[in-house]
Design a protein around this ligand. Structure first.
Ligand SMILES: Cc1cc2nc3c(=O)[nH]c(=O)nc-3n(C[C@H](O)[C@H](O)[C@H](O)COP(=O)(O)OP(=O)(O)OC[C@H]3O[C@@H](n4cnc5c(N)ncnc54)[C@H](O)[C@@H]3O)c2cc1C
Length: 500
């Protein structure tokens, strides 16, 4: 099939899935208020792959039949393929302002990474590695829109996964595994084609039934989703410029004896494979996350600057300093994209040396089995620390610069009332900017950081790569800390050259 059009994407969603939302059981999400806006946005995303202005930058020829497919499925095997990935991912993130965490690119990178670790998935049984490779090719050639769900529900965090009612294998049959239980939290679940269940926190011996990774269509028999209420209230572009386009939706996935055919199973009870799959990924996911984080930071910084200009704060050194710091972060973020790309090539080469895959292995091999997962992992540190940190900071700057002005904004309907026209112009105008244009920027700022949509965006970035506490504890245990301490030891042991 190759890259899909927007219309093909929309038709694919009409599969009879079961999404509970706001008390409704929705079987056709394309016509549900609250999802219509984001479905239109994703349809545009797919259509760009057929637009002559973009297509070359967004696609590559499928190795299966030469059909153009999204280059978010391209293995980074050398400089050229890496650059092509970066160009495509950057363009797709620019077009969506970095605001879609589950832009299809993210899971496309995930399945690309998953197909690159056959030594992990197939260590006990090669069929699981073959399943991952076949699933990757299926997603690439059919342009499948995926989401994932990695976590047990929150029932009692003081106990293990069975107390959380976590998703687990009930039994196995010749046809596949039968699974029950729940997983959270799936962004984009209401409007994606397939759900990828994967690992995140490690499982312990005795938890084999919970060590499971597979893919399933959203409409599988026995699978339903309970979604949060949509934040898109179908207001105008003026009043809610972001909520109406980019609210991806989040949902819990509930499995009731769902059959997962063997060919879609990647891990079934293998604790070692479950616990090492993600840390063994070459890093296509980390690169995509760095590109999205950078584009979002650029957009949010631009918004902070425009907001400062519409109320005259851009002339005050106090605010210039805040904005300057953000601009500096963008430059660092661009460096992270380069470093993450280089790291991906090195890790891909290291993986190829283990799997016998054909990639350019001339670069140094600094990732080996058994190496601490946070050793030499700039993509991981960027996802877990840098981007959550700078995103929180840019949201804070927008609030400080916007102050009460972003709270008290008239609506589009207020501007339409003739008797309010002069009053609004007099009291709401800014320096060299008419009231209506000023308010449009203030409303954009409010939607970016403070509406339900905006608050969720900030929350999302904080938790994007896991519990911040665990992330920092793992860094505390990383080998880098010993290297830091060794420097101090060396200085203490070395009094320097003798005087005179
Ligand atoms: C807006 C938003 C969107 C998200 N989208 C997605 C998505 O698309 N896909 C996805 O998979 N995730 C998604 N997440 C989840 C995200 O990955 C988690 O929030 C993050 O990993 C932290 O986990 P937690 O929320 O379960 O928090 P917590 O409950 O704080 O879990 C973390 C802590 O609880 C403990 N814990 C965790 N699991 C167990 C367990 N089974 N038994 C005992 N203790 C346990 C651990 O000590 C861990 O440190 C999303 C989160 C948010 C906020």
């Amino acid at each position: 099939m190759g890259a899909r059009t927007g219309q093909q994407y929309i038709e694919g969603l009409r599969d009879g899935r079961r999404i509970y939302v706001n008390g409704d059981l929705v079987r056709d999400v394309t016509d549900y208020h609250g999802y219509r806006g984001v479905v239109r946005e994703l349809a545009r995303h797919y259509d760009r792959h057929h637009d002559a202005a973009f297509a070359d930058k967004l696609t590559f020829a499928s190795p299966r039949d030469g059909a153009p497919v999204s280059n978010s499925f391209l293995f980074a095997r050398d400089r050229d393929s890496l650059e092509r990935r970066i160009v495509g991912e950057r363009l797709r993130c620019e077009q969506t302002y970095g605001l879609m965490g589950r832009l299809p690119d993210f899971l496309n990178a995930w399945v690309t990474d998953m197909a690159a670790v056959p030594h992990v998935l197939g260590a006990k049984d090669k069929k699981f590695a073959e399943n991952a490779a076949n699933y990757y090719a299926y997603c690439r050639d059919n342009d499948v829109c995926m989401t994932h769900t990695l976590l047990d529900p929150h029932v009692d965090r003081g106990k293990g996964p069975d107390a959380q009612q976590g998703l687990h294998i009930v039994r196995e049959s010749d046809a596949g595994i039968i699974v029950s239980g729940a997983r959270m939290l799936s962004t984009l679940a209401p409007i994606s084609d397939e759900l990828l269940v994967g690992p995140f926190l490690p499982r312990a011996a005795g938890e084999e039934a919970y060590a499971v990774a597979f893919a399933t269509p959203m409409a599988a028999e026995g699978l339903s989703f309970i979604a949060r209420e949509p934040y898109d209230l179908e207001r105008s572009h003026f009043d809610r410029p972001l909520s109406r386009r980019f609210d991806e939706g989040d949902a819990i996935a509930v499995f009731d004896n769902v059959l997962i055919p063997w060919e879609r199973v990647f891990v079934a009870g293998d604790i070692q494979a479950y616990n090492t799959m993600i840390v063994s990924f070459p890093g296509h996911v980390g690169l995509q996350a760095a590109i999205r984080g950078t584009e979002k930071l650029r957009f949010m910084t631009g918004l902070a600057c425009k907001l400062a200009a519409v109320n005259g704060r851009d002339k005050m050194p106090r605010y210039q300093e805040m904005l300057g710091e953000l601009v500096g972060y963008i430059q660092i973020a661009e460096g992270i994209v380069v470093a993450t790309g280089n790291e991906l090539l090195r890790r891909a080469a290291a993986t190829a040396a283990i799997t016998g895959d054909a990639v350019d292995a001339s670069t140094s091999l600094d990732i080996k089995p058994g190496v601490h997962p946070f050793e030499s992992f700039v993509g991981g540190a960027a996802m877990r620390q840098f981007f959550p940190h700078v995103n929180t900071q840019v949201c804070d700057v927008i609030r400080r610069i916007g102050s009460s002005g972003i709270v008290m904004t008239p609506t589009e309907a207020d501007f339409a009332r003739p008797e309010l026209k002069d009053t609004l112009e007099a009291y709401v105008q800014g320096p060299d900017i008419a009231a209506e244009q000023k308010v449009q920027i203030q409303k954009l700022a409010w939607d970016a950081v403070a509406t339900q949509f905006g608050s969720r965006q900030e929350h999302y970035e904080i938790f994007f790569s896991g519990d911040p506490y665990i992330v920092r504890m793992m860094q505390f245990m990383a080998p880098e800390r010993s290297r830091c301490e060794a420097l101090v030891d060396r200085l203490l042991a070395d009094p320097g050259a003798p005087a005179g």
